[in-house]
Design a protein around this ligand. Structure first.
Ligand code: SME
Length: 156
């Protein structure tokens, strides 16, 4: 079970201590990935606004060939194109899906954003079918929002 409140507090402490987004993004992925056996792969993609691609920043899980994903492509790229989180209970039913591992059954993408300004996303895979629920999305959105605060601060 992810202790999202604690993670958000930890991230704020890191910010107060002067850590930058690189460290926060790595700490968040590590904490989320080790918090729950349902999560087989957890990573953060950041949006490159020039190329309109998602670039893999860091992850825990099996290596993936999807280090760069164009906006609109795959579940990850579709979430950005639609400016919406995506909870995919059965990835085998997705026509626009980029497989990372054949064992993955469900996927959740939570956007890191400030309003319409999208910085990237937290991407989670599970080997369980329909692994993710609305509570997961809510908790992860809290984490994503804290990460967005730091990314926005660094763009100023
Ligand atoms: N499944 C994602 C690609 C990312 S990998 O799962 C790590 C997608 O369809 O966009």
């Amino acid at each position: 079970m992810l202790e999202a409140g604690k993670l958000v507090r930890d991230l704020q402490i890191m910010r107060d201590e002067g850590y930058l987004s690189d460290a926060l993004l790595r700490y968040a992925v590590r904490t989320i990935a080790t918090s729950d056996k349902r999560f087989s792969w957890v990573g953060v993609y950041l949006l490159n606004p020039e190329t309109q691609e998602l670039w893999l920043h860091n992850y825990m899980g099996s290596p993936t060939e999807h280090a760069k994903i164009p906006v609109g492509t795959g579940v990850c790229g579709r979430a950005v194109a639609e400016k919406s989180n995506l909870n995919i209970p059965d990835v085998s039913k997705e026509s626009n899906y980029l497989a990372c591992s054949p064992d993955v059954q469900s996927e959740l993408v939570v956007l890191i954003r400030a309003g319409d300004d999208i910085f990237g996303q937290i991407d989670l895979d599970s080997e369980d079918a329909a692994a993710f629920n609305g509570d997961d999305e809510l908790l992860l959105q809290g984490v994503a929002d804290k990460l967005a605060e730091q990314l926005a601060a660094e763009r100023r």
